[in-house]
Design a protein around this ligand. Structure first.
Ligand SMILES: Cc1cc2nc3c(=O)[nH]c(=O)nc-3n(C[C@H](O)[C@H](O)[C@H](O)COP(=O)(O)OP(=O)(O)OC[C@H]3O[C@@H](n4cnc5c(N)ncnc54)[C@H](O)[C@@H]3O)c2cc1C
Ligand SMILES: NC(=O)c1ccc[n+]([C@@H]2O[C@H](COP(=O)([O-])OP(=O)(O)OC[C@H]3O[C@@H](n4cnc5c(N)ncnc54)[C@H](O)[C@@H]3O)[C@@H](O)[C@H]2O)c1
Length: 475
């Protein structure tokens, strides 16, 4: 008979969420069992954030070399070794992997089981030849690429995020279905590394972001050699000799595309299958495991975090969820999730970053009782010096200046959004940002200037002029 392992916390899935719970809980004195069926580090390390940003870094190097001429730097024709770019991707993964490894987690004091786990009852999990009983379980099994029901798809080879970073030959023509963050980041990475790229999106690109910002990204994509079809239905897919034929409907017209490779980037499905969720009494839907604001499932001793809950699918959210679970499970504090200051960034060129409410969300909640201020990169001296003046920052406040949301499209938008995340989470008013001293010349000045713009109508008004003239009478 299996030996039963008894523990305080059992975590299923060693990705961004599961590793954060395990590392935090064990270092705070809990006994922790961590179960992982695949590679330690999950999607983010192996097939998500890390490889995609590493590939983008290689692509940016190519693009910078290609455009260096405008600074008077001649590079001559550039040569791209795609396989070497992929080597760079894998060396970055290998560099980070020890931090997420079995060895490190065992050293921290966790028992790590490398097997697929499933519940057999509300308080029992089986993983390989081990049976685990835990005071609390945490399901952090993540998500996988959703495969849309396109007729003929099964007749051709295709990439998803799971295998594209294994491809060492630059695609001659990469057709990408889906214009969300994965589709756009991979489109630019491959185009800048030498591939011809076509994107087919059934709605509009980046549908979760502010349309004003998205239109700046759309212009950049159209200015590059990427072909973009929005509002287009993919009708069918066939092999065509060595090529892949994709038939789409765009503006009522049938268009036939032929590519050497195909990437599906059409969203995610939560990993809820074969987990024994019914046996555990854990309710779930197609979109993910249902959780309350404390991330408890319908079985109060089982929590679910990260992508498997189908919420905001980002590494930093899986990490944030982990903190909520630790407070609930270890300290018995009724900590609840607060999504009012969640940032996200899409690493296109230009980057798009958002935190808090978009303008549309703020209008839906507050009607016209909001103020919207913007400031252009073209007015920023650092952006001019670096010859990258595309983009703007937009901030949404209440009439009294409480910050509701901020969006940035442009160079380093992801680095700039942190200030606004802090401001919203600390419920700061826009005056705090306007009063900050920003070093010159930095892109950070964009934040100060947009906050200053909030005061411009009042500051340079007839009323202010009258007050100043009155005060000047006294010497
Ligand atoms: C191409 C791409 C780029 C991305 N870029 C970014 C980015 O730039 N920034 C960002 O914030 N987010 C990004 N994301 C999203 C990010 O990767 C996910 O939000 C994050 O990995 C979710 O973490 P998780 O812990 O919920 O799941 P995962 O990291 O997927 O981990 C789940 C783990 O559970 C294991 N598992 C599943 N079922 C079982 C089982 N039954 N038994 C045992 N183990 C099991 C899996 O093997 C996996 O290792 C990107 C995603 C993709 C695909
Ligand atoms: N920079 C980042 O933080 C980053 C990067 C990549 C991924 N991610 C995370 O991973 C998630 C998944 O990314 P994603 O881009 O796959 O998903 P997504 O859901 O964000 O976007 C998928 C896109 O595909 C389109 N689509 C769906 N079915 C289609 C079809 N049959 N034909 C044409 N278009 C279709 C959708 O309209 C949508 O625009 C993201 O939502 C995000 O949470 C984050």
């Amino acid at each position: 008979m299996n030996k039963v392992l008894k523990t305080d916390i059992c975590v299923i899935g060693a990705g961004s969420g599961g590793l954060s719970v395990a590392a935090g809980a064990v270092q705070m004195g809990a006994n922790v069992v961590l179960v992982e069926k695949g590679r330690m580090g999950g999607d983010c390390l192996n097939t998500g954030c890390v490889p995609s940003k590493a590939l983008l870094a290689a692509a940016h190097a190519a693009e910078n070399a290609r455009t260096a001429n405008r600074f008077g730097v001649a590079t001559g024709p550039i040569e791209i070794n795609f396989a070497q770019a992929i080597e760079h991707v894998h060396s970055v993964i290998s560099g980070i992997a020890p931090h997420d490894s079995v060895e490190r987690f065992e050293e921290l004091g966790c028992i790590v089981i490398q097997a697929e786990a499933h519940f057999t009852s509300p308080d029992t999990l089986v993983a390989g030849d081990k049976t685990i009983r835990a005071k609390r379980f945490v399901i952090a099994t993540g998500s996988r690429a959703a495969v849309p029901p396109i007729p003929g798809l099964e007749t051709v080879p295709y990439f998803t995020n799971e295998n594209i970073f294994e491809n060492r030959i630059c695609p001659e023509h990469l057709i990408i279905i889906g214009g969300g963050p994965i589709g756009l980041e991979m489109a630019q990475a491959h185009q800048q590394l030498g591939a011809k790229v076509t994107i087919v999106e059934m709605m509009t690109i980046l549908p979760k972001d502010d349309p004003d910002m998205v239109s700046v990204v759309r212009d950049a994509i159209k200015d590059s050699d990427i072909t973009l079809y929005e509002n287009s239905k993919t009708r069918e897919i066939h092999p065509a000799g060595d090529l892949i034929r994709v038939i789409i409907e765009h503006d009522g017209i049938e268009i036939t595309l032929e590519g050497s490779h195909l990437l599906l980037a059409t969203g995610r499905r939560p990993n809820v299958e074969n987990l024994g969720l019914e046996e555990a009494g854990v309710a779930f839907e197609r979109t993910g495991i249902s959780v309350d604001t404390r991330l408890r499932t319908s079985n109060r001793k089982i929590f679910a975090i990260g992508d498997v809950t189908g919420g905001l699918q980002f590494t930093h959210m899986a990490g944030y969820d982990a903190g909520i679970v630790i407070r609930n499970a270890l300290f018995r504090l009724p900590a609840k999730v607060d999504h009012s200051a969640v940032p996200w960034v899409t690493y296109t060129h230009p980057e798009v970053a958002q935190v808090g409410m978009t303008e549309a969300a703020a209008r839906a909640r507050h009607g016209d009782a909001i103020r919207v201020v913007t400031w252009d990169y073209a007015e920023n001296d650092r952006a001019r010096a670096e010859d990258d003046t595309t983009g703007f920052i937009k901030v949404i406040t209440t009439p009294k200046g409480r910050i509701l949301g901020a969006g940035i499209v442009g160079r380093q938008a992801g680095e700039l959004i942190g200030l606004w995340s802090l401001a919203i989470s600390r419920k700061m008013k826009i005056g705090a940002i306007a009063g900050m001293i920003a070093p010159y010349p930095t892109l950070g000045e964009l934040s100060k200037r947009v906050a200053g713009a909030w005061y411009t109508p009042g500051l340079f008004s007839e009323k202010t002029r009258k007050i100043v003239r009155f005060l000047l009478r006294f010497g």
